[in-house]
Design a protein around this ligand. Structure first.
Ligand code: URA
Length: 434
């Protein structure tokens, strides 16, 4: 078999068979196919697409291109969650303690953020001492003991995805559904959990812009996951506006703790509860949504979910005193209030603009090797539907970079749309695909 023939076949729009896809992924993993040929095939896939069978084969060989975690010695009933990425998306940090405090196992491997703001691992690393760099054995031991653990994904899992993603990033071939689906699902298969809950976002702050595309992506991911033996569902929700009020790293940790103490923003509650109820359903613990929501309320009100978050922090060497003392989290030197010069109602807050401002303040990275300022971030003092008057503070910027303030302030101001009439409250959740 020759890679040039495979490229030629896809260039003319024909479906690749299992052997051809296996040959391609073997070559990517072993380094026997040149980057320019891999990139050429990626571009051919971009224009010609892939059918479901091709996507399933691609996902399968990517998943098995490296180590596949075996968690069966812990349980046959382990849940994993994955978000396609959003602004202010801290849901994993509520999801894990909630479902673990309900007695479910939740094993989560997560990537570092390469976007405008940090990823879940970065957020956790803003907690003094918190260790995410766990060996597979440490990770499994912690899951066994505490029902849950969260670790930075190692390159030994789905290495073909790491290689392909790096090339997609620099050849403008990221935003194509079969490649996104195989990238996400292969990593989830390699992570070993049998129940997978996908949190699929669309809108300004997501790389999928429309609900229709989010639905197409969700359907193919769910179908692929099922054909590869996983119990999987996808919750599709809007990422038009940042989730919650905090965007950054340590500021998001504070919002997570407040949520677990019962002080919940309604948008965060809507998506978190739906994802947790999906986890309860997948594991067979609670099949009815209303009952699941009542049970989550109990886990929050009784303090059990917060206690579990504290246990996770302690088990991963973090300073659990942050739960009651936020001053132990990294603090920015500059705290700057952004004021509006308009009067009316907030009708939209553009997530992408807020994310860019956040990166300028130091909370995200441009390249993998950039360092993050854990204390940098944004807190939205006004959210959609709030009434504002000229001179009101709409957001607080946290940074150690005085030079970044002007541009960040302009971005945040321009992210706020203010209209004369109060907009209608909208549900964030578009659909659940099972
Ligand atoms: N997230 C992933 O893990 N892979 C993609 O291709 C896109 C988003």
């Amino acid at each position: 078999m020759k890679i040039i023939d495979i490229i030629e076949k896809k260039k003319h729009g024909h479906a690749l068979n299992e052997e051809e896809i296996k040959y391609f992924i073997d070559g990517v993993t072993k380094g026997t196919i040149e980057d320019y040929q891999i990139s050429s095939l990626l571009m051919a896939i971009y224009f010609r697409g892939m059918n479901t069978d091709e996507t399933v084969y691609l996902t399968k060989y990517m998943a098995y291109s490296g180590e596949v975690l075996n968690l069966e010695d812990i349980s046959n009933d382990i849940t994993d969650k994955h978000s396609t990425g959003g602004v202010g998306d801290k849901i994993t940090l509520m999801f894990l303690p909630i479902i673990a405090s309900a007695g479910l196992y939740a094993a989560k491997l997560s990537g570092r953020g390469l976007g405008h703001t940090g990823g879940t691992i970065d957020k956790l690393e803003s907690i003094p001492g918190f260790k995410t760099d766990l060996s597979i054995e440490e990770f499994k031991t912690k899951v066994k003991e505490h029902k849950t653990a969260i670790a930075a994904q190692t390159m030994s899992l789905a290495p073909a995805d790491g290689k392909l993603y790096a090339l997609r990033d620099v050849t403008s071939t990221v935003d194509i559904i079969p490649l996104i689906a195989s990238s996400v699902v292969s990593k989830k298969i390699a992570s070993g959990a049998n129940h997978i809950i996908l949190d699929v976002k669309y809108g300004s702050g997501a790389f999928i812009k429309t609900p229709e595309d989010a639905e197409k992506l969700s359907k193919i991911m769910v179908e692929t996951g099922k054909r590869l033996g996983r119990n999987i569902s996808a919750v599709i929700s809007s990422m038009q506006e940042p989730l919650g009020r905090a965007i950054g790293n340590s500021v998001e940790i504070q919002e997570v703790i407040e949520f677990l103490k019962g002080n919940m923003e309604s948008d965060l509650k809507e998506v978190t509860y739906m994802l947790c109820s999906q986890a309860f359903e997948k594991s067979g613990k609670i099949l009815n949504k209303e009952e699941a929501y009542k049970y989550i309320d109990e886990l929050i009100q009784s303090g059990k979910a917060l206690e579990k978050f504290k246990e996770i922090i302690k088990s991963q060497s973090g300073d659990e005193r942050i739960i009651n003392d936020y001053s132990l989290l990294p603090q920015a030197k500059i705290k700057y209030e952004v004021k509006t010069d308009k009067t009316g109602f907030v009708s939209n807050i553009d997530a992408l603009k807020v994310a860019k401002a956040c990166k300028n303040l130091g909370a995200g990275r441009e390249k993998k090797t950039d360092t993050i300022d854990y204390s940098a971030g944004i807190y939205l003092t006004k959210k959609t539907q709030d009434e504002v008057h000229s001179g009101d503070t709409i957001a607080i910027l946290y940074t150690n970079k005085e030079t970044a303030l002007n541009e960040a302030e302009e971005l945040v101001k321009s992210a706020f749309e203010i209209t004369n009439t109060k907009p209608q409250a909208k549900s964030l959740i578009y659909k659940v695909i099972n």
